[in-house]
Write a protein that binds this ligand. Structure first.
Ligand code: SF4
Ligand code: SF4
Length: 114
């Protein structure tokens, strides 16, 4: 393992070495479900649901010759922080359900889904 400090993913040169041992790339055969594709998305600000199927195993980080940091958990956290999700979380904490304060039989005005 390389003990040098990890460098930011903006230094990616798209070599594809990280793709070699990625389980989600193997399972999907979709470049955008592998680490090089994910690095590209981060650097283009186009991150999508591909990050939800990443196992966060970091096999990609170990095979990157530039010792880049592949912190895909951070991206997942960022994608989850939508206004609707935040509102649902607040409602669950305060009222015990995702819709907010409801009277018996009342239909919620805002229905949230993923
Ligand atoms: S191995 Fe490193 S430099 Fe090469 S594509 Fe993957 S993240 Fe980029
Ligand atoms: S951390 Fe994600 S992108 Fe990297 S090898 Fe594992 S599944 Fe693939």
């Amino acid at each position: 393992m390389n003990d040098e400090k990890k460098k930011p993913i903006s230094n990616c040169i798209n070599c594809g070495m990280c793709n070699a041992n990625c389980p989600t790339l193997k399972a999907t055969s979709n470049e955008l479900c592998g680490p090089r594709g994910r690095a590209l998305m981060i650097n283009n600000n186009t991150e999508d649901k591909s990050f939800y199927i990443c196992t966060l195993c970091k096999a990609c980080e170990h095979s990157c010759p530039l010792n880049l940091e592949m912190d895909f958990r951070k991206v997942r956290d960022k994608l989850e922080k939508t206004e609707a999700n935040e509102k649902m979380i607040q409602n669950i904490r305060k009222y015990g359900n995702p819709f907010g304060e409801l009277n018996e039989g009342e239909v919620p005005e805002d229905l949230y889904c993923c």
